[in-house]
Design a protein around this ligand. Structure first.
Ligand SMILES: [Fe+2]
Ligand SMILES: [Fe+2]
Length: 398
């Protein structure tokens, strides 16, 4: 299937080069260029594009404004921003509307791999069986508007942690559940946290942002799903997120990457909640089938549903427009080798953390675990870190 890609930059020569390089790379890509935000929107209204890649600094409509307009008018289009080191403040303001950032000066290899990655993810999410399965689910969690409000406060010229705390505190159920999580053993805090402001001061805005999103997702579901322990589910998510973030930090990754990893760790199994809630009998039967046949749950799900909990979860997060590294980590957490990614990513950390955390709590788990994808970890060149990561897991859960 051909993917239509639109480049936007006020430098007509540059944008022409990008489009030509991309066009020559694959028969499946059709690249076009625009030299202003307005022209880009006109072109998109005339015929839809799958991906839009824009420069941040342009006269007239800025890249950030264009990306926000694309999100509102063409939500299915993937949005990439090209940004320089000096643009960090602007970039922070676009976190909620952008799928991916590519640093400037652009090296063509990074650009090509980013586009192919976005297109690969798009193809995965467009799978007919997956779409049909999600279509059969009656109650999907609603759009996380409180999370988006927190994101837009973080994007304000002078974000205030008091205002973020106020946004969270407006929702008492959210506040109660967030504090319950923060005060659980997994956080290992020395003293009890009693309000959202304290939570932000102790844990940072990044963690609180992740918690707001996770609490929203978890609380969208019936807390008493037959044959499914929500509590155990939440504990696994939290431990996995914490370990995955520690693994990412041990690789010297940027704080923003560590936070994406944390969110992905929290949400990696939400597809299970979606299946258990919408199709409870069938999901229970699938779990029983996987136990009886000693099959990893994903394999049993593929047989029964034609798609897996990983796919279903990623589909939902993709619909919400969360950043590509988060959606990828959820989509491929059991099968990282089936993604096109061969560098260290949130996906790598979530895959490893999920397996290590699962090994640790094997006894409480009915279904057989899927193991580490050693071939993938070798390709990412992190196989010799496994010993250190196991120790990290041991230290965290002991
Ligand atoms: Fe999973
Ligand atoms: Fe898991």
């Amino acid at each position: 299937m051909t993917k239509r890609i639109l480049f936007v930059d006020d430098d007509a020569k540059l944008v022409g080069i990008y489009a030509r390089v991309l066009q020559s790379e694959s028969n499946h890509w059709e690249a076009r260029s625009a030299t202003s935000g307005n022209q880009a929107l006109e072109m998109m209204n005339a015929a839809p594009f799958d991906v839009v890649i824009t420069d941040l600094r342009m006269p007239g409509m800025s890249g950030a404004e264009l990306i926000a307009a694309v999100r509102d008018q063409h939500p299915r289009t993937s949005r990439i921003i090209l940004s320089g080191i000096a643009d960090q403040e602007e970039v922070a303001r676009c976190l909620g509307t952008t799928h991916q950032f590519v640093p400037k000066p652009v090296d063509m290899e990074t650009l090509l791999s980013t586009v192919s990655r976005i297109c690969g993810l798009d193809n995965f999410l467009m799978d007919e069986k997956l779409k049909a399965l999600v279509g059969r689910m009656d109650a999907l969690p609603s759009f996380p508007s409180l999370y988006m409000e927190v994101m837009s406060e973080l994007a304000a010229p002078e974000p205030s942690i008091t205002r973020i705390a106020e946004i969270v505190a407006r929702d008492p159920a959210m506040t109660a559940q967030m504090l319950h999580m923060v005060n659980s053993a997994a956080f290992g805090l020395a003293r009890k946290i009693s309000n959202p402001l304290e939570a932000i001061q102790h844990l940072g805005t990044g963690t609180v942002r992740s918690l707001v999103l996770s609490v929203h997702v978890f609380s969208s579901f019936d807390q008493t799903v037959k044959g499914f322990s929500i509590e155990q589910f939440g504990e696994h998510a939290l431990r996995c997120a914490t370990l995955a973030r520690a693994i990412t930090e041990s690789q010297g990754a940027e704080p923003a990457v560590a936070e994406d990893t944390y969110i992905a760790g929290m949400l990696h199994d939400i597809g299970k909640l979606m299946l258990a809630n919408s199709l409870p009998d069938k999901f229970q039967a699938t779990v029983a089938y996987s136990v009886a046949h000693q099959l990893p749950l994903c394999a049993a799900e593929t047989e029964v549903f034609g798609a897996t909990h990983a796919g279903v979860g990623a589909y939902l997060l993709g619909l919400w427009g969360l950043p590509a590294p988060i959606v990828e980590a959820v989509a491929f957490h059991h099968t990282p080798g089936s993604s096109d990614l061969r560098t260290f990513q949130p996906l790598t950390a979530v895959h490893v953390a999920d397996v290590l955390e699962g090994e640790k709590s094997k006894l409480s788990r009915p279904m057989p675990l899927s193991g580490l994808d050693v071939e993938y970890l070798t390709a990412v060149k992190v196989q010799n870190q496994l010993g250190a990561w196991r120790k990290l897991a041991q230290k965290m859960t002991s």
